[in-house]
Write a protein that binds this ligand. Sequence first.
Ligand SMILES: [Cu+2]
Length: 315
Amino acid sequence: MAASVAEDAQGSGQAGPNHGLRIFLIWLPVAVIADWLLWFVYGPHMPPGQMSNSAASQQFDVKVMSVLAAPVMAFVLVAGAYSLIVWRHREGDDEDGPAIFGNVRIQTTWITVTAVIVLFLAGFGTYELAWPGFAGAGGGEGPAPIWKPDGKPLEVQVIAQQWRFTYRYPQFGGFETSDLVLPIGQPIQFNVTSLDVIHSFWAYQLGVKADANPGVNNVAYTTARQTGSITVRCAELCGLWHGAMFDYGKVVSVGTFQSWAHQTETQLAAVTKILPPYATTYDPTVVPQINKAMAKAGIGGANGYYYPPNDPVQP
Ligand SMILES: [Cu+2]
């Protein structure tokens, strides 16, 4: 037994078992089952869900990458287990196996398989970014986006500051609010900026994540497909209360959005007048002045360094 194993390991035993074929035949069903489970069972639940076109596109990408990765992982596990069982050290057998170095078949297979996977992912990733339907895949594209959605988008400006997000709606008089409300089915253009340090606007369920930098207008697109709640978090370490920099937005019907926007525009008209005029970026030094002006006028609001009385992050 020991002798025949040693002979196989030397690669000289034509009569010995074909280890490569055996490993392949064990690996194949494991890989197929793993891929089937990933695509059909876990796939529809993969983050970030399907609440917007960008989220759905990201979920699809994660599914594709999982389905590519699982067979590789399965091969590592199957080959490892097979080696441990079949090629384990046996009493009295001190011979070494054949060298991998210089093995043309293994090297060719390795280079071919890894090259195909990497080149496919490069092409696939580029296509997914550029595909007009997904318009930039939910990431910030900077001030001059290359990929734009069809139709006129609803503009929502995201203003980040330590440690809060506020939202301005320039198509509704430029009011600023701490409530993020979006309509379903209409392309949304987020113009993301910051008043102080670097932050990142991460609207998880929408599959949108865009850096919020002072003096920069970072544009990101998405179109909501479902109504519901959105979690917004800061995704860039921005100081002491970074972890508490989150809020919740919502996607509503077009009618509900329209009436909310018009109502809020009217309600906040007095505050909007004091705000700096709508711009793609703001000078942070004006924020304390605005605060002072608002305090003087007896108006609270979604301004800089403002916390509601019962805010849990208040020290
Ligand atoms: Cu932040």
